[in-house]
Design a protein around this ligand. Structure first.
Ligand code: GLN
Length: 255
């Protein structure tokens, strides 16, 4: 099987090790004999986005978002084609924001975004920046689990029709918020850096499966040895005091 990944603005949109996500996709595919190729694309480069199975856009500070937005908006039609053709999207933080209506920065400047979705983002004041470790309870493609990551964003994202998960520790879409990210059948958009995929290999595999779906339908992937990754996630979840079970206990207590 083959998988083609397009890594957008690899040279500009890359915060807190977002590039590690690409590394994980490569490694997990290699171990399973899936032939994965990664093409990068930066400002001014021509790419047919619908040629790709996975579109990856990492996070960026306001400066980078300002640098890329004009180029990104010029690619709107190409991205729409890709959505129609079944490409899977993984969008992190600044990349997540760019698929909504707009991003308004701290100075009140509005960066127009792609408007594929109805959410929009407005920067908070300095006292309400969302920074730190985050744990999110996720239901994705029939799987229910806890994901961990690191967030650092001023942007408060409102009007999200379908979040990626419920915040169990940290902030998520808004300061002290209940929900994190955005999810639909093709798009996973999240504030979780970390980078996301090394810490959450189940998400990596869901993204790989979504990417393969375009050409191969629903495939099951050979399990890999995730002992180390699971240990790392468990350490963080224990530190944050979060488990799937204690959610139910907390709910019972508040009844
Ligand atoms: N500039 C955006 C914000 O602060 C995105 C930051 C990021 O990608 N980490 O909200």
């Amino acid at each position: 099987m083959k998988l083609k990944v397009l890594w957008m603005y690899h040279d500009l949109m890359d915060l807190y090790g977002d590039k590690g996500n690409i590394q994980v996709l490569k490694t997990r595919c290699e171990k399973r004999g899936i032939d994965l190729t990664v093409d990068t694309c930066t400002i001014g480069e021509i790419r047919t986005i619908s040629d790709y199975d996975i579109f990856f856009l990492g996070g960026g500070a306001d400066r980078e978002q300002n640098l890329i937005y004009e180029d990104l908006l010029l690619r709107r039609e190409g991205i729409e084609e890709a959505m129609k053709s079944g490409t899977a999207f993984l969008l992190i933080c600044g990349g997540y924001q760019m698929f909504g209506k707009y991003y308004r920065d701290q100075d009140g400047n509005t960066v127009p975004c792609l408007s594929f979705f109805d959410y929009y983002t407005v920067a908070s004041d300095r006292d309400h920046r969302c920074i730190g470790n985050i744990a999110v309870e996720v239901n994705m493609d029939g799987e229910h689990f806890l994901a961990v990551g690191f967030e650092n964003h001023g942007g408060q994202t409102e009007n999200v029709s379908f979040p990626f998960g419920s915040v169990r520790y940290g902030h998520g879409n808004t300061f002290n918020g209940k929900f994190e990210g955005f999810l639909n059948d093709q798009v996973l958009a999240t504030y979780m850096h970390g980078p996301l995929l090394p810490k959450n290999p189940m998400i990596a595999d869901l993204v790989v499966r979504r990417g393969l779906r375009r050409n191969y339908g629903d495939v099951s992937l050979d399990p890999l040895d995730d002992t180390l990754e699971t240990k790392a996630r468990t350490v963080m979840l224990e530190r944050l005091g979060v488990s799937l079970e204690n959610r139910q206990e907390a709910e019972k207590q508040s009844d």
